[in-house]
Design a binder for this molecule. Sequence first.
Ligand code: BG6
Length: 477
Amino acid sequence: MKMKEGFLWGGATAANQYEGGWNEGGKGASVPDHMRGGSFKQPRQIDAEFDPNALYPSWEATDFYHHYEEDIALFAEMGWNVFRMSINWSRLFPTGEETEPNQEGLDFYDKVFACCAKHGIQPLVTISHYELPYALVQKYNGWASREVIDLFFHYGKTILDRWHDQVKLWLTFNEINTGAMGMGSVMSLSIIQGYTGTMADFPDDPQLRFQALHHQFVASAKLVKYAHETYPDLKMGNMDCFILSYAATCDPKDVLLNEQEMRITNWFCSDVQVRGYYPAYMNRYFKEHGIKVEFAPGDKELLLQGKVDFYTFSYYMSSIVGTHDVEQTAGNMTFGGKNPYLKSTDWGWQIDPDGLRFSLNEIWDRYQIPMMVVENGMGAYDEKGEDGKIHDDYRIAYLKTHVRAMEEAVEDGVDLMGYTWWGPIDLVSAGTGEMRKRYGFIFVDKYDDGTGDLHRERKDSFFAYQKIIKSNGEDLD
Ligand code: BG6
């Protein structure tokens, strides 16, 4: 089995976890710049005022800002033809409210895109990946306020106008559906609602959360509409965090509960962004949870006019849902039921390549638009062997089984455009703020205490991915 001609192979990153240079070149602070590192057990803390004794992992991250040329050359050496990255909103609009973008910020991304072009790599850009200028949190409580829609549109229009020739594939919001997940999704809450405190202590306010999400839907649709009208050759995508869950047993009650879970967690946001309207099942959910989403005049029309062209998602793991006793385990952005048939990563995420095939098939059957897996990967402790190299066969196994699962899905009939591995170069974990949770094919000398000289090294998985790409997915031995 192999992928079709022109299949996109590459890796995915996010500015706040990779770029660094947090206060260089006129950049303003964004929400993640205010977040301390945490761990598996200790939730990340968000400081309104910086504590001079605390460490803020996003500040330097793994310093793409000063290493982009070296990194993009390494990506090219692996054989990539696509690089998913995000633009840091506060690098262009430090407080989110400036009329004119910051020239040094524009210059930086000009150079990055030119470097990609030099290596024959096309960028796939996420416009908002878990970051927001912090000033907008202070002034508006982030996405809770409608005002942020136009500020986002101004930012989005600025970047489309400048880079529509260099970038043809765009995603509006990373994992927008984490806003629908409730308290499990502390990361998204911190950004949407802008609370200050420890992530685990946020009081959940579903009314505010769904209203904020509505503002993101409208903002996304407004920009997608603009793109379609102005630059018809651009492809605009959504991005969902697909948390596949299975019914824990064949008890019909479990099946119904899981259907509900799948709808709220996985289908609601993409139903809105792909079909252009709120699905009927949300009426009952809103009624039963006392939620009333305010639509301004024109919102309904905008949602219909701003439907996305392709569906993208992250896939890391699966979980189970049931009405009987279900043991809980950790997962991406949330917790989930433990599946006795699956093994887990060092961070408790359940490894399920068949679930990727199943998810691809389900999504394709529902929407019938081109799809792309824009995040998939394995966070693990990496240790150097006696020869000083990282022999990450666990990561290679994860990679190969998931590539095979995608090929099976393509064989099943799915229209799959491409695949970008998450964190192809070590970067800061979004959930825990750790460095030791490494995803990379490329090691970066950077540690949780902020030390490290940032030099890069190829792990064994670097060569494994190179081989897979060279054979267009055929060589999985
Ligand atoms: C995705 C996010 O949910 O998962 C990324 O889009 C994140 O930003 C990735 O890094 C892996 O999660 P974590 O918590 O291990 O970094």
